[in-house]
Design a binder for this molecule. Structure first.
Ligand SMILES: NC(=O)c1ccc[n+]([C@@H]2O[C@H](COP(=O)([O-])OP(=O)(O)OC[C@H]3O[C@@H](n4cnc5c(N)ncnc54)[C@H](O)[C@@H]3O)[C@@H](O)[C@H]2O)c1
Length: 270
């Protein structure tokens, strides 16, 4: 593809806030025709309103039928769909022993089924058109141990595995697949994360890292998509964590014991 973004029709999920809104802005700045979608319809409208040629739509990614209908609508109204950014996601923190099955189901519904619904709805259009990109927002949590965030990490590891396996299949149709793995990004995710028996505020106060901005995250992500990197670590911290885990899973797990202790120290409830 000569220019992956210019004049391409890009559907972004979870675009009302944070990384999704920043991806929408970065894509529009690169000349893409953006569909900003979110379960927060007003938020999606607000994102689209600031971008030339952008459209907005309400979309809850856990609703497979709604995703399929929206993909049809995008193709009907914009003539095609070229890029899908499966970005919508929710956080979940807490010791596995404290999680309810409802906690597990919610995070799997949004973070895994949401991505599957997106691929199921959009991939056939890309195959028919003979090209495009499926870009899935995973997390650094997929690439190295994240005690206290086991359920979330499991959903993001599923997204990475889905992306890397699909990548080889999709290449036969001219479709690229990329997994973006952000580290610690300044967004609303901390307020929307479910902290199960954890003092989230106290815990976050102990994180010895400065978050990067959502706009920087989007810029790095699009650079990685343009280079068609299979897995795109967004921060140096993610690259280091991932590198250590590949070098020595045992050492990486030992190092992450510090994180496990931090979580245990901030446990609340019985
Ligand atoms: N912020 C970080 O540090 C960080 C790190 C790694 C990965 N991520 C991932 O980046 C993605 C974006 O997160 P963010 O940090 O911008 O968070 P955010 O909370 O700022 O934005 C998430 C957006 O997704 C939307 N959303 C949630 N559930 C939805 C659903 N069922 N259907 C449609 N939209 C839904 C929310 O309304 C919100 O607008 C997520 O997949 C998240 O897991 C974030």
């Amino acid at each position: 593809m000569a220019d992956l973004f210019r004049e391409r029709v890009a559907l972004v999920t979870g675009a009302a806030s944070g990384i999704g809104a920043a991806l929408a802005r970065a894509l529009a700045a690169r000349g893409a025709r953006v569909w900003a979608t979110d379960r927060d319809a007003a938020g999606a409208e607000a994102t689209a309103a600031t971008l030339p040629g952008a459209r907005a739509a309400a979309l809850d990614v856990t609703d497979a039928d709604a995703f399929a209908a929206l993909a049809e609508r995008v193709v009907a109204e914009s003539g095609r769909v070229d890029l899908l950014f499966n970005n919508a996601g929710v956080g979940l923190a807490g010791a596995v022993a404290d999680l309810t099955l409802a906690d597990w189901r919610r995070v799997i519904d949004v973070n895994v089924w949401g991505v599957i619904h997106g691929i199921h709805a959009v991939y056939p259009h890309l195959i028919r058109q003979g090209g495009g990109a499926l870009v899935n927002v995973a997390s650094g949590a997929a690439l190295a141990p994240r005690p206290g965030m086991t359920a979330y990490a499991a959903t993001k590891a599923a997204v990475v595995a889905l992306s890397t396996s699909l990548r080889a299949e999709a290449a036969l149709h001219g479709v690229q697949v990329n997994a973006i793995c952000p580290g610690f990004i300044a967004t609303n995710i901390m307020t929307s994360t479910t902290f199960r028996n954890v003092d989230g505020e106290g815990l976050m106060g102990r994180v010895p890292l400065k978050p990067i901005t959502a706009d920087d995250c989007a810029r790095i992500a699009l650079r990685g998509v343009e280079a068609d990197r299979p897995i795109i670590p967004v921060s140096r911290m993610v690259s280091v964590d991932w590198g250590l885990f590949r070098l020595s899973p045992r050492l990486s797990t030992w190092v992450s014991g510090w994180r496990a202790k931090q979580f245990a120290a901030h446990r609340t409830g019985d």
